[in-house]
Write a protein that binds this ligand. Structure first.
Ligand SMILES: [Fe+2]
Length: 334
């Protein structure tokens, strides 16, 4: 299918992201039961086969989100690829280690990249609904590995995980004949997972109040107005050293700031954090425009032109996720 036929479906408003209340095995466990899980881009990592996904096309990474009322937790788990959290709304305590023994607080605009092979979870410790985006490296992420106690707590509340079926509510239906139950990881194996001190994890965090823009970068040529580029995750001059198959940047602009039309050979997903951004696109002989408000995203196809401009009254910031560790320099479109 040509990219143009699907361009409208590559623009996803925050209001079009569909929560799943039973995406994972901890969906009935008190303290985790009010969690919303969103799969927005990529095949996803959900354990519920009925979960809605906005853009299924593989991007080289997956983007999802978690929405949690105050005091609600996302249970302790690990991934086979790096997991990056962008705190969009609210205040979260991120904890890690097999006993959740280490923790730090992240507020709106903060970003953390949690390494593989490390148990992590997070709790909304604020007084309003919290929302964070999660980027997982790779198309096939290998799914979720839960800490052993998460399975036990789930089973105590009727939920088990079945191969071929996903999350299964034994209070509603008995386990089907022939189904294989996924067993928890042994405590011995869980004990081999990595742990990090708070100082070590701090090196994998970008705090929104300590960002420094790059002086020179590949978009400099097309810059106009007041706009800064911060490379948060990447292989060159980034706050956090990447290598997980994507580069994450943040553009911060005053009203009227932006970058002229450019094209790149990689896919790029733009996520609006603050303000209003106008994105003009061109490709396959057509052109159009989208307005991104906070929480909206747009996946720009490879080899399409895009220009961005901050058009809200109070400035804004916009994330860029590009599906390459070290993207090529863009070409400028007249
Ligand atoms: Fe996760």
């Amino acid at each position: 299918m040509k990219k143009l036929e699907t361009i409208g479906s590559r623009f996803v408003r925050r209001s079009e992201m569909v929560p799943c209340k039973s995406a994972f095995i901890d969906a009935h466990t008190p303290g985790s039961h009010l969690k919303d899980n969103f799969s927005i881009i990529g095949p996803g990592v959900t354990e519920n086969k009925e979960q809605f996904i906005n853009i299924r096309e593989p991007h080289g990474f997956n983007i999802g989100a978690a929405g949690q009322p105050p005091r609600i937790k996302n249970s302790l788990h690990s991934h086979f690829t790096a997991e990056v959290f962008l705190i969009h709304e609210g205040t979260f305590e991120i904890y890690w280690g097999l006993q959740s023994e280490n923790h730090t607080t992240l507020t709106e605009g903060d970003v953390v990249s949690i390494p593989t092979n490390c148990f992590r979870g997070f709790e909304n410790i604020g007084d309003k609904y919290g929302f964070l985006f999660a980027i997982l490296g790779g198309d096939d992420t290998g799914g979720v590995e839960w800490a052993p106690q998460v399975f036990k707590d789930a089973e105590d509340h009727g939920l088990v995980l079945l191969e071929d079926y996903g999350v299964w509510d034994t209070n509603k239906n008995p386990i089907p004949k022939g189904a294989t139950q996924v067993r928890p990881m042994s405590h011995e194996k869980a004990a081999t997972y990595n742990n990090y001190s708070t100082e070590e994890m701090e090196l994998r965090i970008c705090r929104s109040d300590s960002l420094k823009p790059l002086k020179n970068h590949p978009l400099k040529f097309g810059e106009y107005g007041s706009i800064q580029l911060h490379r948060l995750i990447g292989t060159k001059e980034a706050v956090i050293t990447g290598g997980d198959g994507f580069e994450l940047s943040l553009f911060i602009a005053k009203t009227g700031g932006g970058f002229k039309m450019l094209s790149r050979s990689e896919k790029e997903v733009l996520i609006c954090y603050e303000g209003i951004w106008k994105v003009d696109w061109t490709g396959e002989g057509q052109k159009g425009s989208f307005l991104l408000n906070a929480g909206d995203l747009f996946s720009v196809p490879e080899n399409f032109g895009r220009s961005i401009e901050c058009v809200g009254e109070n400035g804004g910031s916009l994330y860029s996720v590009i599906n390459d560790n070290s993207p090529k320099d863009p070409s400028w479109v007249n």
